[in-house]
Design a protein around this ligand. Structure first.
Ligand SMILES: [Zn+2]
Length: 327
């Protein structure tokens, strides 16, 4: 049986450039202003690469991007038709290959669930002092927005490292929220990375009766990120960045190291690192990496979605214990 290879994509949202909303500075390292929106054509460009290479993984949809509105009731500044078109493309194309999930509500300021409006801390800071009873309605609201926008979610993604300080409470809240909103007893989440460690695999984070939560970590680094900070779009540059993950001859790179260590390559990219501030250089790197994977690894590895990885882990849960994070 072939082993999984997968791609985590963080931070997509319709039209709103989520990274711009929370970036520490709204300028690239080489001094260009960050764009404040992403055209729908970029999602179509992504779909073309995804379909050409049969990529599978997980794809976030931030439901209240930057706190500027939401995917059900509209986002001021953008026509409803454009928001709808983006969501329709995710539903009819992306969701065929990627597991869809919220990346909590705003990826910016925390929402005041009880009182309405926003709190004066971001979601990561807010989550750090919560428990299952306060996290569950927060996650349920995110899932319900995706459901009401016509999307089926099978897990969640943590904005930044949302919930890491209270992870066992967070995991319980994820399980309770997805059961409430979608009636699902098994789900997955993305919070942690397992980079440069042997045996980099997912693990079972909760198993109680017929309820399970699988943690799907990133096992590689986001090498696409740096494309945001340069206007170099040359083939040589694209090839060099792709080399960090897998060289053209398939002999080295982080993916090869992960496999040598007995782990599964679970790649990670962010919407901003593929968008590359409008140049799309990161998406071209992804296409090159995907072509190299097809050439050198497709006899042993197959692309799997987040949900498919979850199912594979739950077939034999004892093989996927939680790593020790105590140090
Ligand atoms: Zn994110």
């Amino acid at each position: 049986m072939k082993k999984p290879i997968s791609l985590i994509i963080d931070d997509p949202a319709p039209r709103v450039f989520v990274y711009y909303e929370h970036a520490a500075k709204r300028v690239t390292d080489d001094g260009r202003p960050l764009l404040n929106a992403v055209p729908n054509s970029f999602l179509l460009d992504f779909c073309a690469v995804m379909e050409r290479f049969g990529l599978r993984g997980k794809f976030s949809v931030v439901p209240m991007p930057g706190g500027r509105g939401d995917i059900v009731h509209g986002i001021p500044g953008f026509p409803d038709s454009e928001i709808r078109e983006w969501l329709d493309t995710v539903r009819t194309r992306v969701a065929k290959q990627f597991s869809i999930c919220p990346e909590m509500l705003t990826h910016a300021q925390a929402v005041d669930i009880a009182g309405g409006g926003f709190l004066d801390v971001n979601e990561k800071v807010w989550a750090s002092t919560q428990n299952a009873s306060t996290l569950t309605p927060y996650i349920a609201k995110a899932l319900a927005l995706l459901r009401d926008a016509g999307l089926e979610a099978s897990g969640v993604t943590s904005p930044w490292d949302f919930g890491i300080e209270v992870e066992s409470e967070y995991v319980r809240a994820i399980s309770d929220a997805i059961l409430q909103v979608y009636g699902r007893k098994d789900c997955w989440y993305f919070l942690r990375s397992r980079r440069h460690v042997p045996n980099a695999l997912p693990w079972v984070a909760l198993s109680e009766g017929d309820r399970h939560v699988v943690s799907v970590p990133a096992t590689a680094s986001d090498h696409f990120w740096q494309t945001m900070h340069t206007t170099d779009t040359s083939a040589a540059y694209i090839s060099r960045i792709a080399d960090s993950l897998i060289t053209a001859d398939g002999s080295s790179g982080e993916i090869i190291d992960i496999i040598a260590g007995g782990g599964w390559p679970i790649l990670i990219a962010h919407w901003q690192s593929l968008f590359s501030n409008g140049l799309g250089t990161g998406l071209k790197v992804l296409a090159e990496v995907a072509a190299r994977i097809e050439a050198h690894l497709s006899d042993r590895f197959e692309w799997m979605s987040g949900e498919e990885i979850m199912r594979l882990v739950l077939k034999d849960p004892e093989r996927y214990p939680m790593p020790d994070f105590s140090d």
